[in-house]
Design a protein around this ligand. Structure first.
Ligand code: ZN
Length: 141
């Protein structure tokens, strides 16, 4: 506390969601509907340096841009020890919330987690349909 946060000077990476691409994504509307704070959840995924810089609430776009360009690049952001849903949430934080279909999700999960285990898309589908914590929904509603 009492420490002045220095303003970042480097330009923020543009993050725009391609709404025409079908797939699963982090639905910020879900957070509003459920009275949940995306910022509070997402800030737990920032690296220590960014957490210090973004102590004040910033827009979801800035969170996505920061995690995409910085925090997700750091070692330990993805590990095979993390729960699958948590890894999926990290995947969207890392890709700027671009929608992904189940096959793409399964593919990227095993790549990023360096997992030899390829999660069946049926299991992914079940996980995502039941989840009530990360606000991951399909673009088709
Ligand atoms: Zn960072």
């Amino acid at each position: 506390m009492g420490k002045k946060a220095e303003k970042k000077t480097e330009p923020v990476v543009e993050v725009s969601i391609d709404r025409n691409k079908p797939g699963w994504f982090i639905d910020l509307e879900w957070y509003r509907e459920n009275n949940r704070s995306f910022f509070n959840l997402a800030k737990g995924y920032l690296c220590p340096e960014c957490r210090e810089q973004l102590w004040q609430e910033v827009s979801p776009e800035e969170i996505f841009a920061t995690i995409k360009s910085c925090c997700s690049q750091k070692q330990g952001f993805f590990t095979s020890k993390l729960p699958v849903l948590d890894s999926i949430f990290r995947l969207f934080l890392a890709n700027g919330n671009q929608p992904l279909e189940l096959e793409e999700l399964a593919q990227q999960l095993s790549e990023r987690r360096e997992d030899t285990y390829h999660i069946p898309t049926e299991s992914l589908s079940r996980l995502l349909e039941d989840e009530q914590y990360y606000g991951i929904r399909h673009t088709s509603g």
